[in-house]
Design a protein around this ligand. Structure first.
Ligand code: BG6
Length: 297
């Protein structure tokens, strides 16, 4: 079977695993359980990674698929760790629990992160987090949270996919028409609820939480001549983000011009869609991503 899992030391001397089969090649950094690359046969790279990204233990990677967990955005004030945006999972060292060669064209890997005395200092709950990634003609991502403690907890999360695109000015994202979104961009003061009319296009900093979004999101990219379809399960919210010019310039780990060739369309459980797990309960957030020929015109 032409199906391999190769552990190697990559950027910043961090541990990575490369998963290869006849349909695709993917790479995951164990720091963060962070997918950094997915290239299906005869296709271009799916994910954007900043040329200025840190690759350093304890620092988030700018691009790929950061795992925002157990909170999305800023932590609740009582946690007193406001320097940790999007939770600590993306900065934690994960371990490989299982590798499964499914077929010549499909491979599965499971990475895990468990609560430790250090994580309990930040977030006082016992948990078992499993990231299952299935690499094939499509990329399947499942992030399963189990409450292994004695008390109920509530958490928010997102698969913060950064997609590699041709030109943000020519990009459209389909699948949100008629939904309402909460606008987090700075010019939306005070932050307001808005209705989405038609497809999403980008002309300024865009930072939105879409409510009741369960349909596929399709990123239509006429420059790379492809579309990216994101199908998800157990998620009612999606986040769409592009930092645009001024924020790109403020971000130390992001190139000034890189906003032109990336977009984040994130699958999540955020704000009202946060999940509560009683002891022993488990919730799995899922996204399946496929590169397709252009068909939306
Ligand atoms: C997005 C948020 O999900 O992530 C943005 O909606 C944020 O507000 C962006 O700027 C990047 O966050 P970070 O912590 O990786 O810089």
């Amino acid at each position: 079977m032409d199906n391999t899992f190769t552990e190697f030391t990559g950027a910043g001397n961090l541990p990575f695993v490369r998963i290869a089969n006849q349909a695709a090649v993917a790479e995951i950094c164990l720091m963060g359980g962070h997918i950094t690359s997915y290239v299906p046969q005869n296709q271009q790279e799916l994910f954007f990674i900043s040329e200025k990204s840190n690759f350093k233990a304890g620092m988030p990677i700018r691009g790929g698929v950061p795992l925002c967990w157990p909170w999305f955005g800023a932590p609740a004030p009582e946690l007193q760790c406001d320097q940790i945006l999007h939770g600590f999972a993306r900065q934690s060292m994960w371990s490989i629990a299982k590798t499964t060669p499914i077929s010549d064209e499909e491979s599965a890997i499971v990475l895990v992160l468990k609560s430790t005395p250090e994580s309990m200092q930040l977030w006082a709950h016992s948990f078992y987090l499993e990231l299952e990634v299935v690499v094939g003609k499509k990329l399947q991502i499942r992030l399963a949270t189990t409450n292994t403690g004695n008390t109920t907890f509530t958490y928010s999360q997102a698969l913060h996919h950064y997609f590699n695109i041709g030109d943000i000015h020519q990009l459209r994202v389909v699948g949100f028409d008629g939904l309402s979104f909460f606008d987090k961009a700075p010019m939306a003061t005070p932050p307001v609820e808005n209705p989405q009319v038609g497809d999403i296009t980008f002309r300024c900093e865009t930072d939105r939480i879409y409510h009741h979004h369960t349909a596929d999101a399709v990123i239509v990219d006429p420059v790379l001549q492809r579309q990216i379809r994101i199908s998800k399960a157990n998620s009612d919210t999606s986040v769409v983000w592009n930092p645009w010019i001024a924020k790109a310039q403020r971000m130390a780990d992001f190139g000034d011009e890189e906003y032109l060739r990336m977009v984040c369309v994130e699958s999540g459980n955020v704000t009202y869609d946060s999940r509560t797990l009683a002891p022993g309960e488990k919730h799995t957030l899922e996204a399946t991503i496929a590169i397709e020929p252009l068909c939306h015109d």
